[in-house]
Design a protein around this ligand. Structure first.
Ligand SMILES: [Zn+2]
Length: 89
C-alpha cells in the first residue's frame, strides 16, 4: 500500500474534533482537529496541542492542503471543480 493511499485512508477516518487535556489542571476540552492551541475552560491556561515537527502527521497534510486551497484566492474555483467531479462520479 502506498504512503499516499494510506494518507487518504487516514483523512477519510479522521474526526473533525478531538478531546485534549489541560497540562496544568487536566480539564478536558473539545477542540478542532487542526487547532494548534487551546485555552483551558477551567484555569484559562493557553497551551499548545499540536506542533509542526520532523514527524509529519496527517493533520499537517490537511493543513498544508488547505493552505494550498486558499492560496491565490482559488478556493471557490477549486471547490466548485471538486463538487462537479464528485457529482459526476
Ligand atoms: Zn486548566
Amino acid at each position: 500500500m502506498s504512503d499516499l493511499f494510506r494518507a487518504i485512508e487516514q483523512i477519510e477516518s479522521l474526526e473533525h474534533t478531538r478531546t485534549t487535556n489541560c497540562p496544568k489542571c487536566s480539564a478536558q476540552k473539545e477542540i478542532q482537529q487542526l487547532d494548534i492551541y487551546a485555552d483551558c475552560p477551567n484555569c484559562q491556561t493557553h497551551y499548545k496541542v499540536r506542533a509542526f515537527s520532523a514527524n509529519i502527521e496527517i493533520e499537517d497534510v490537511i493543513a498544508e492542503s488547505l493552505a494550498w486551497l486558499i492560496r491565490d484566492n482559488k478556493f471557490d474555483e477549486i471547490v466548485e471543480s471538486i463538487k462537479n467531479a464528485i457529482e459526476d462520479d
